[in-house]
Design a protein around this ligand. Structure first.
Ligand code: NAP
Ligand code: GDD
Length: 332
């Protein structure tokens, strides 16, 4: 039974990846912080080995690697909110950037043959230099989070080149699901639209509706992480759909799904605008398609409806009802 370690196992991607690795027959270990909410793991927690580690200090990482001897390590833990990174730039650097170096160095000390996945981000492209973005597109990060991810990306490349380690960086574009953290715009839209539909909210306050993102489904994207670590050679990969929509389109699609006119409910609030914005990112995932035979399965419309439906279902469950409200969602 191969052993895998996932840092940030209780997050959106960690929970999907853990399920995928269990399905593939792995002995799955994961790290979380003492204060972490483990709700996303609740239905399969008994099949996991959980360990408490804060990547901000991480003195225990070497001990853990020595004890469990993983074949693969997936580094998903990060301060992952772009917006919050302006409020907490030092903490973001400590976890999202230096946390990656802590983990790589521990792997180098314990067992250089461990295969390593780094969760890089399309935020590194920031003020994009070319469109669409490939593995060769230069970076121009626009947030403390993006800057920290550039460090994480290049320290991964550097360990690969310096120590001949199997270290890969997946440059993932935005990916969403009903498990998305509540602060991200898609989750906020889906939740608030469901609340408006059920009468418990009457407005949706947002910032920049013009920003464009290449949104995919998280369940599809974690499969690419695993494929990267099964390849013959370690390489970096852009993972995205190539299909771009603005925040306003996400809003419109979500309100359309519940039969409401978004213009009656959306309020533009300056407090949700960022000091510097990533206007548009567009993936060219050709390398992943050719090398890894990876492609996304879910469309933009399917993702929006899946998320709104899941929020409607949560509200109905809380009210003690059982029937799905609009359609029967099987994807989440
Ligand atoms: P997420 O749901 O926010 O999960 C992040 C995880 O990191 C959580 O388990 C969190 O634990 C953990 N974490 C935060 N600070 C930590 C610390 N000091 N020590 C240890 N763990 C800590 O994010 P996600 O959407 O699953 O994303 C997974 C990774 O992919 C992140 O690195 C993110 O930056 C990157 N990424 C995400 C996307 C996307 O669109 N989702 C795109 C590109 C890259 P707590 O619950 O305790 O906070
Ligand atoms: N969060 C949020 N809240 N964003 C808003 C809001 C709002 O009320 N209103 C408009 N937006 C806009 C943001 O300005 C941004 O342009 C866009 O919605 C998406 O914001 P987020 O959902 O917070 O995601 P992100 O693109 O900044 O970052 C996510 O994707 C990255 C990959 O490119 C995160 O998952 C990162 O961890 C990830 O690396």
């Amino acid at each position: 039974m191969p052993v895998a370690l996932i840092t940030g196992i209780n997050g959106q991607d960690g929970s999907y990846l853990a399920e995928e690795l269990l399905r593939l027959g792995y002995d799955v270990h994961g790290t979380h912080r003492p204060q972490s909410d483990l709700g996303l793991l609740s239905s399969f927690r008994d099949q996991l080995n959980l360990h408490q580690i804060d990547l901000g200090c991480g003195e225990e990482i070497e001990q853990l690697l020595t004890a469990i001897q993983p074949r693969e390590v997936y580094n998903l833990a990060a301060q992952s909110s772009v917006g919050k990174s302006w409020d907490e730039p030092v903490e973001t650097g400590n976890i999202t950037a230096i946390g990656t170096a802590r983990l790589l160095e521990a792997i180098r000390q314990v067992d250089k043959s461990i295969r390593f996945y780094q969760a890089s981000s399309s935020e590194m492209f920031g003020k994009v230099i070319e469109t669409p973005q490939t593995e060769l597109t230069p970076f121009w990060p626009r947030s403390p989070y993006g800057v920290a991810k550039v460090y994480g990306h290049f320290i991964t490349v550097n360990y690969r080149e310096s120590y001949d380690m199997f270290a890969c960086s997946g440059i993932l574009f935005n990916h969403e699901s009903p498990r998305r953290g509540s602060a991200f715009v898609t989750s906020k839209i889906a939740r608030t639209v469901a609340e408006i539909k059920s009468g418990s909210a009457n407005e949706l306050r947002l910032g920049n509706l013009q920003a464009k993102r290449d949104w995919g489904f998280a369940g599809d994207f974690v499969k690419a992480m695993w494929k990267m670590l099964q390849a013959d050679q370690p390489r970096d990969y852009v993972i995205g759909t190539g299909d771009v929509h603005c925040v306003g389109e996400f809003v419109e699609c979500a309100f359309d799904y519940v039969g409401l006119d978004w213009r009656k409910f959306v309020v533009i609030d300056p407090k949700f605008f960022r000091p510097a914005e990533v206007d548009v990112v567009t993936a060219d995932p050709t390398r992943a398609k050719e090398d890894l035979d990876w492609q996304p399965k879910y469309s933009f419309e399917q993702i929006v409806t899946m998320m709104v439906e899941a929020e409607l279902q949560k509200i109905q469950n809380a009210q003690g009802q059982t029937q799905p409200s609009v359609i029967n969602n099987k994807a989440a």
